[in-house]
Write a protein that binds this ligand. Structure first.
Ligand code: HMG
Ligand code: NDP
Length: 405
């Protein structure tokens, strides 16, 4: 036994000689994780053999996790092929989804096969911008007005400072909001293929230094919650955050009946009464059935930040009975996705992005993340169609009794 093997390291932590998070300084990442499992198994009596079985090098996950003990494995499946005529996405796609909810992939896959039979969906990213909104303290509202005016007149100077920290990010605009003696500056960036939260935060800090040196404003917090990250917020549903993306499809009436076991009129009525009226009565931000199901499963499969499913659920589903078929659309106001950075480089997640065909940086930069957003929105559309159909035909509970438990 050497003093860097897992058992010895665990013992040194137990004796207070080392901290739990310092183990990588004394051993490779694999051994450090094994030492933590060893300690945890002794402390809790739980056998960690399954958590300790993972198919990537622990060192690959070092940018993504501290105090690593192993991996949470979530079943991954695939739906498709899903034909999309997108602004960036083109052709047929297999969409990897990771979930523990039985019946979800069956449902989305039913929607996908319905879309495919109808000739495919159309999708477009309509707006793109990652935001960070620091909050500053000022003396009073008069000073707040002065600071806001200075910012409006000096966006170029703020852009120079912000963009000096990144070779990809571009500052799009800065919008001041004032509440008494607090000034919020909502910075918005084109972050290309990155989801961009680290990029925008680092860039905004550089811009804040200019604001502080040129105005009387004092920075209180680099994130002032008007961004708004990982919290339900109307500003994201209205203004957008990350990608604002829309997908739609026209399905001939007879295909609705054949593929979805219901009628166009029944799906349209369910959508109006449930997704529109019901959501309004509930005071919801999202007017949809379960867009978050597809967003979450795609995020887990492809290395996106899972907490941002909150914003990804800001979706509105529309259904119209048209003469030539059922028209349905899903518009997600704030879908925060990237194909570089964050969890996208982890081996499992990077493989999943490659299955979709949009891993890494796009050409032009930003096109891969746009394509990912368009595919997720189209997957959400498939999920909406299938669940609305199941509700209309009263198949929801039987489907979950059969597949979901
Ligand atoms: C379960 C189905 C699809 C059966 O539906 P079905 O019409 O009986 O299925 P089918 O056997 O006739 O097959 C139709 C197509 O479905 C797909 N499909 C069918 N089975 C599978 C399978 N095993 N694995 C993969 N794909 C499958 C497949 O694409 C197939 O086409 P094919 O390829 O054969 O030409 C249907 O009843 C359904 O979609 N039910 C709805 C379930 C659902 O949407 N659950 C979502 C989660 S609910 C929730 O989390 C949120 C909630 C509900 O609380 C939100 C709210 O408040 O609304
Ligand atoms: N800091 C925070 O407040 C928060 C952080 N997060 C975390 O932030 C991470 C995501 O941040 P994010 O900035 O996306 O990722 P990273 O911090 O991993 O940075 C990605 C970097 O990739 C580089 N890059 C290379 N090719 C491209 C390309 N084609 N398009 C865009 N950038 C490219 C850019 O470098 P360069 O800038 O030099 O051009 C970019 O800054 C996640 O792990 C998430 O969990 C989440 C919420 C808040």
């Amino acid at each position: 036994m050497t003093d860097t093997d897992a058992e010895t390291l665990a013992e040194r932590v137990r004796e207070g000689e080392l901290r739990l998070y310092e183990l990588e300084e004394h051993a490779d990442a694999e051994t450090a994780a094994a030492a933590r499992r060893h300690l945890l198994a002794e402390e809790t009596g739980v056998d960690l053999d399954v958590i300790g079985e993972y198919a990537f090098d622990a060192a690959d996950a070092e940018p993504n996790i501290e105090n690593m003990i192993g991996a949470a494995q979530i079943p991954m499946g695939v739906v498709g092929p899903l034909p999309i005529d997108g602004g960036a996405a083109a052709g047929e796609h297999y969409l990897p989804l990771a979930t523990t909810e039985g019946a979800l992939l069956a449902s989305v896959n039913r929607g996908v096969s319905t879309i495919r039979n109808a000739g495919g969906a159309t999708a477009r990213v309509l707006k793109s911008g990652m935001t960070r909104a620091p909050v500053f303290r000022v003396e009073d509202v008069a000073e707040a007005g002065e600071v806001s005016a200075w910012v409006r007149e000096n966006v170029d100077r703020l852009a120079d400072a912000a963009e000096s920290t990144t070779s990809h990010g571009e500052l799009q605009d800065v919008t001041p909001y004032v509440v008494g003696d607090s000034v919020f500056l909502r910075f918005s960036y084109d972050t290309k293929d990155a989801m961009g939260m680290n990029m925008a935060t680092i860039a905004t800090e550089a811009a804040c230094e200019v604001v502080e040196s040129e105005t009387p404003a004092d920075l209180v917090a680099l994130s002032g919650n008007l961004c708004s990250d990982k919290k339900p917020a109307a500003i994201n549903a209205i203004e957008g955050r990350g990608r604002t993306v829309s997908a739609d499809v026209l399905i001939p009436h007879e295909q609705v009946e054949e593929r979805l076991d219901t009628t166009t009129a029944a799906i349209a009525e369910a959508n109006t009464r449930k997704n529109l009226v019901g959501s309004a009565k509930a005071g919801a931000l999202g007017f949809n059935a379960h867009a978050a199901n597809v967003v979450a499963a795609a995020f887990l499969a492809m290395g996106q930040d899972a907490a941002q499913v909150v914003e990804g659920s800001n979706a509105i589903t529309t259904v119209d009975a048209r003469e030539d078929g059922l028209y349905a659309s899903v518009t997600i106001a704030s879908l925060e996705v990237g194909t570089v950075g964050g969890g996208t480089g982890l081996p499992t997640q990077s493989e999943a992005l490659d299955v979709l065909g949009y891993g890494g940086g796009g050409d032009p930069a930003g096109s891969n993340a746009d394509a990912l957003a368009e595919v997720i929105a189209t997957g959400a559309l498939a999920g909406e169609l299938s669940l609305l159909a199941a509700l209309s035909s009263r198949h929801l509970s039987s489907a979950h009794a059969e597949l979901g438990r």
